[in-house]
Design a protein around this ligand. Structure first.
Ligand code: SF4
Length: 427
């Protein structure tokens, strides 16, 4: 392994609190070596596994390249999850014998030149709530983990670029990333304002022709447009009359289709539902495209909520929810968990627009859960749950690697609807 340092999300805390959420929601892919180790552990002869649920299953990927995963009970929970919410492999053979994916979660490692950046998945409730030890204090454990996870030659990996991999070297690329993080940092500025400003910054980057600029000229350019995006946001804030313009008609449709991707419930147990399942998905898709009447059941919630209800104000964000979102974006940006290898090879522009759209999508989902509960104000717990549910998908569902998704993001950006959605759903 080549030598590298870690770039840590120093504002984040995390320790596992054994809530078993990850063991009930995630499909755990395993290598051939891990499969053999589990088979050798003799679980199939164990009384606990005589109910017919296989401990390992080979059904991931196309038929010509099937991959293994851990078995799951009919409710989607890992077959090794015991009644106390603990891992049987861990209990009987020790933590190091668990599959690598289970040991690494919720951490994610991404190359960043001579460094490897560390990010976290917010599908873990302890990450969302910032509970546990400071990540900075875990540096030596994370280094050991990185040695196992990070592929050889990682320091040679090209930067994700602005539009495509390698169209910018790491040094100037990092200036753009640092500016995005700086725009998202001030604690006294509402997260919606910071995010809309960062999206404006990205819009300006996308409009500029940066070919043939030296590193110094690029650095100057980044500083200038960062300041311009901030000034624009201040002017817009001063001239605002308290009214948020709604999304365009096309923007509303595109956004609803996007929000549906984050609001669905995709455990293995309910996406392997054959023809009927596909028919149901098509019907749900049509309802979202029409966007009127009652919203189809989402996340196993089947209370009557209409599309129109979610367009009303929901009382804004609590200070705690503001903090969660600010930390979320800072961790994702610093950890590069929005572009390059972490997000289907997207460049910085497209990747950041996708990340920004997570915010209104999470708030749309939170509104749905609140309305289904007969309330009309967002509480911190609603936002925390929506972050946890939606982040489960971002960058991990193949839907986001489709041409249709990229087109949706581009169209929303072109119509100025990303910034409108940020403001509209945060009110
Ligand atoms: S979701 Fe997080 S806190 Fe819960 S068991 Fe998994 S790693 Fe631990």
């Amino acid at each position: 392994m080549d030598g590298f340092g870690l770039r840590l999300p120093t504002i984040q805390n995390w320790s596992c609190h054994s809530c078993s959420e990850c063991c009930t929601r995630h499909v755990v892919e395993i290598t051939e070596e891990e499969r053999q180790r589990i088979v050798d552990q003799g679980w199939s002869d164990d009384d606990e596994f005589t109910e017919g649920t296989p401990v390992v299953v080979r059904d991931l990927g196309p038929f010509w390249n099937r991959r293994w995963r851990l078995g799951q009970k009919p409710n989607g929970a890992c077959v090794f999850l015991d009644e106390q919410g603990l891992c049987r492999i861990h209990a009987r053979f020790g933590e190091p014998t668990k599959p690598l994916a289970c040991r690494v979660y919720p951490y994610a490692f991404h190359p960043q030149g001579r460094q490897v950046s560390v990010s976290l998945r917010y599908s873990c409730p302890s990450v969302v709530e910032n509970k546990g030890r400071s990540v900075a204090e875990q540096e030596s454990e994370l280094k050991e983990m990185a040695v196992e996870v990070v592929p050889a030659g990682v320091t040679q990996a090209p930067a994700p670029g602005l539009r495509r991999t390698g169209d910018l070297d790491w040094l100037p690329f990092r200036q753009f990333v640092n500016s995005l993080e700086a725009l998202m940092t001030p604690a006294e500025v509402p997260v919606a304002t910071k995010l809309a400003t960062a999206v404006r910054f990205i819009d300006m980057v996308s409009e500029a022709n940066l070919d043939r600029l030296s590193d110094q000229q690029l650095a100057d350019f980044v500083e200038i447009i960062c300041g311009a995006a901030r000034s624009e946001a201040e002017v817009a804030g001063e001239s605002a009359d308290g009214q948020n313009p709604p999304l365009s008609a096309a923007g509303r449709l595109l956004f609803r289709m996007l929000a549906a991707q984050y609001a669905r419930n995709d455990s293995l147990s309910n996406w392997r539902t054959g023809l009927m399942g596909r028919f149901r998905l098509l019907r749900v898709g049509t309802r979202f495209a029409l966007g009127n009447g009652r919203i189809p059941p989402l996340q196993d919630i089947d209370q009557p909520v209409t599309f129109d209800q979610l367009e009303e104000p929901f009382g804004g964000l609590t200070p705690e929810a503001e903090e969660m979102f600010t930390r979320y974006f800072r961790v994702k940006i610093r950890g590069l968990q929005f572009c390059g290898r972490a997000f289907f090879g997207f460049g910085l522009i497209e990747g950041f627009r996708s990340l920004a759209l997570v915010f209104p999508s999470m708030l749309w989902l939170a509104r749905f859960m609140v309305a289904a509960d007969g309330r009309d104000r967002l509480e911190t717990a609603d936002v925390a749950k929506a972050i946890e549910l939606a982040d489960h998908y971002h960058g991990y569902t193949p839907q986001f690697n489709r041409h249709q998704y990229r087109w949706q993001v581009a169209m929303l950006a072109r119509g100025g609807d990303i910034r409108k959605a940020i403001d509209w759903y945060s009110r």
